[in-house]
Design a protein around this ligand. Structure first.
Ligand SMILES: *Cc1c(COP(=O)(O)O)cnc(C)c1O
Length: 377
């Protein structure tokens, strides 16, 4: 990437991050302890409307601690949406458990409730009841919340809700991150708001939040010396990162508006181009933060123009774009793990493209993107 490259999704600071950081440096709370953490957690809880938030150093560590809190151990099986970023699935391996991958349905691109139930029944018939379900709101579009919850409850299996990409999204008016038995967010640099690196757990009770923070800060027992009776982790968010997060929360609504405007830009651009669809929520119950706007390009309808034609044209013009997440069951790392479903996610991967969607993009950026796309079509 050169400095002229239009990025997919870049950090976008507001007015007050600098002020919060400067105050934090002056106070010398330059550690994984300090007043910004509780403030950041309180404000995120208020935004979500329910749940107890524990701020951590990444979304990946939040998923790992979430699995630990759900009791996932070596030898267990965990059901996981196959179409996702590898960080959804890697923590299953950290625990020595086995991931069982599930296909998507075509409406939300997320966990297919039918394939999920098939998998549960087959795993139970084979003698193992899965320990947890990892469901993802891909690109900000909520999964089929009610249908997935029904299946999970029928078998008594808890849901770990990966809302890493879905801060600000909602289903039937309720915010994503609050539907799982445990929810997680990421504040990595490419997400809708960032703390540089960071994440959070959303828990159902204050007691569980306390337990999560205990594990995340090396599981120190109550003693004057360092005493440990359980395995601990260094997973807490730093007070400096929380300072950035305080500033970013203040501009979240504006960032959501700008991401949505990028989505509208692509909808307008492609409305008269056959064979290209801009991924949009399937129904009025769903509200997406449109973290990334994504396209499906069907060469049989575009006169032979493929995803790769478009991707290469954009990349040649220094415009960042990328195929959709490659499903986990097609990854070399996971190729021997069980998989349930058909070819929905594999097809999406073949024809899908993530477009530059950041809230910091300018009119000049949009003109450049438009020019290249109109050249291709
Ligand atoms: C970004 C992301 C994560 C991981 O978050 P980090 O903060 O980068 O560790 C997990 N799941 C999904 C779906 C993501 O997009």
């Amino acid at each position: 990437m050169n400095s002229n490259t239009i990025p997919l999704s870049s950090p976008h600071m507001g007015e007050s991050e600098q002020k919060y950081i400067t105050e934090t440096l002056a106070s010398n709370w330059v550690t994984s302890l300090g007043p910004n953490l509780a403030l950041f957690e309180d404000r995120l809880e208020a935004y979500l409307g329910s749940g107890a938030v524990a701020a951590l150093n990444s979304g990946t560590s939040a998923i790992h601690l979430g699995l630990i809190l759900l009791g996932v151990q070596a030898g267990d099986e965990v059901l996981c949406q196959t179409m996702t970023f590898s960080a959804s699935a890697n923590p299953i391996l950290y625990q020595g458990a086995t991931p069982v991958f599930i296909d998507s349905e075509p409406d939300t691109w997320n966990l297919c409730p039918v394939a999920l139930e098939d998998a549960i029944q087959d795993r139970i018939a084979k003698g193992v009841t899965p320990k947890a379900i990892i469901a993802v709101h891909l690109y900000g579009v909520p999964y089929q919340v009610d249908a997935i919850r029904e299946v999970a409850d029928r078998y008594g299996i808890p849901i770990l809700e990966d809302a890493a990409e879905a801060l600000g999204s909602s289903y039937k008016g309720q915010r994503c991150g609050t539907f799982g038995d445990i929810g997680i967010f990421s504040f990595n640099g490419n997400k809708i708001i960032t703390t540089s690196s960071g994440g959070a757990l959303v828990l159902r009770t204050a007691a569980l939040k306390k337990k999560a923070i205990f594990y995340a800060t090396q599981s120190k027992d109550d003693a004057p010396h360092y005493q440990h009776s359980t395995i601990g982790y260094n997973y807490r968010m730093s007070n400096i990162c929380a300072a950035i997060g305080l500033g970013q929360l203040e501009v979240l609504d504006e960032r959501l508006r700008l991401r949505s405007a990028m989505h509208d830009f692509y909808v307008e651009l492609f409305k008269s181009i056959p064979g290209v669809t801009v991924y949009t929520v399937p129904h009025a119950d769903y509200a997406s933060n449109y973290w990334l706007t994504t396209l499906l390009i069907r060469p049989e309808l575009t006169g032979g123009i493929t995803r790769e034609t478009v991707r290469q044209a954009l990349n040649d013009a220094a415009i960042d774009c990328r195929p959709l997440w490659k499903p986990m069951h097609l990854q070399p790392l996971f190729e021997n793990q069980p998989y349930y479903g058909g070819t929905v996610s594999a097809t999406l991967f073949d024809i899908g493209l993530c477009m530059p969607s950041g809230s910091a993009l300018t009119d000049a950026d949009r003109s450049r993107i438009k020019e290249v796309l109109m050249g291709v079509f």
